[in-house]
Design a protein around this ligand. Sequence first.
Ligand code: ASP
Length: 300
Amino acid sequence: MIDSRSLLGIENLGRDEIASILNRASQFSLEKPQPILSGRRIVLLFYEPSTRTRVSFEMAAKALGATTYLVHATASSIEKGESLLDTGLTLHAMGAEAIVIRHPSSGAPAFLARHLDILIVNAGDGMHEHPSQALLDAFTIREAKGRIEGLKIAVIGDIFHSRVARSDVHLLSRFGAEIVMSGPPELVPDVAVTLAPGLKLTRDVDEAIAGADVVMLLRVQKERLGGLPIFVERYVAEYQMTPARLARAKPDALVMHPGPMVRGMELTDAVADSSRSLVLRQVRNGVPVRMAILARALAN
Ligand code: ASP
């Protein structure tokens, strides 16, 4: 049986659980370390590149007093062909108490959680979920806007290949946001509206942005396109976020992006660096939110 303190995704996480993680996060900060996980052993097992997620999980674990061990696929026996399960069993046998895992296959964290008696935190699995990103996005929206309920949130870009979009849509729609998705059919197929109840989809990005409180941009995930051609010029012309497009949103609308941003593709420098951009606040909030996730998993 999977330990309910593991964090595998947002889809199956209750509203109260989500609210309790967000509330707990507001009590944490990097500046005020709380050694409640002193002596605990957390392995960061990364099969894919990461900057923000890996470093902030590591900072979060250390701010709680835990010791972290980084295992990167390209610098470990994984390169020699060791299976995911054998790697997990090895880390467990060594004394790891929790594994924070990023993996290119959807379901890899759930697979480990089913087969190992160890706490698992999903740090992004394939095109499936990225729950800690959705939690920090929700935390950031709440902090900036005071609420999630009733906000119009435009989600624009490569939704199909984005685990961030999937987790965000599950979370934000459950908390009463009005979500309008937009992007070309290859990146936002019609079926995307079935992800959660009440979602809307328009191919007209200006319509998606009109009156939005939050504009959430996503990177075109080139590594997951599998040969699908993306016509950059067309994408830029039709979907790139520019100051002129953003002017259609509410005057106090904010822009979010999970990173890494590809400037000149999904957004211009002027949007990325504007005072409306929450991007660095999202990054900063990643630490207390991940402290709350680790505390929920391991604190007694
Ligand atoms: N950093 C996020 C992820 O790992 C978003 C992205 O890569 O575009 O899914």
